[in-house]
Design a protein around this ligand. Structure first.
Ligand SMILES: C[S@@+](CC[C@H](N)C(=O)[O-])C[C@H]1O[C@@H](n2cnc3c(N)ncnc32)[C@H](O)[C@@H]1O
Length: 190
């Protein structure tokens, strides 16, 4: 379901080269790289990038590098080759000011990237559906180091994207997706 959502959301095709930000162990990246020309995964977890490199590295179609994504986007190698960008299940773990910086860098430094898919964002309006009867720690929705990271309403996300120069569209996963009731995807376009 995730691969289908990303392929359709990005209109990913055989001419595209994908930049996968916060790619983790590459298990999702490799499925998407095989649906296009290939791409590059970036993550700052040494353990996860070493798994990605052991199992999936296959240059030039698939490469994985160990780096903080904001630092990578400040000074990217060969930025013009990327036509689509993905950040799945990870954007909430980036601090507020750095997430805005990241969106601006994607706009300014990746001129050929038409769309960005930011997947699996927790919806602040649905926090109570996620936590149910459990007590909720005060301020947890703004803590990128918490287990879910920063919660944003759809409106907050769209406004943030617009401040950074993007147009944003909210997409929902099919209901049978385990987290469909409290998460949404965002597709950015220029
Ligand atoms: C929940 S995992 C998602 C991994 C992958 N995108 C997937 O969907 O399978 C979150 C990932 O974000 C990475 N991450 C979080 N903040 C990062 C940053 N500032 N720079 C690079 N990687 C980051 C973590 O190391 C972790 O691999």
């Amino acid at each position: 379901m995730i691969v289908d959502a990303v392929v359709s959301g990005l209109a990913l095709d055989s001419d595209d080269t994908l930049l996968d930000l916060c790619c983790g162990n590459g298990a999702l990246s490799t499925l998407l790289f095989s649906r296009c020309r290939g791409g590059l995964g970036v993550d700052f977890s040494e353990a996860l990038i070493s798994i990605a490199n052991s199992y999936f590295e296959s240059p030039p179609e698939q490469a994985y590098i160990l780096q903080d994504v904001v630092m990578f986007c400040e000074n990217p190698t060969t930025p013009d080759k990327f036509t689509k960008i993905l950040c799945y299940g990870s954007f909430p773990f980036i601090e507020h000011d750095r997430s805005e910086l990241l969106l601006r860098l994607l706009k300014d430094n990746f001129a050929n990237a038409e769309n960005v898919f930011i997947g699996n964002c927790p919806d602040k309006e649905q926090m109570s559906r996620f936590y149910g009867d459990q007590p909720v720690e005060r301020g947890i929705e703004n803590d990128p180091a918490s287990p879910i990271g920063i919660w944003r309403t759809e409106k907050e996300f769209v406004e943030m994207a617009e401040r950074c120069g993007w147009q944003a569209e909210i997409h929902k996963m099919p209901e049978k997706y385990y987290a469909a009731h409290y998460r949404y995807d965002v597709i950015l376009s220029r």
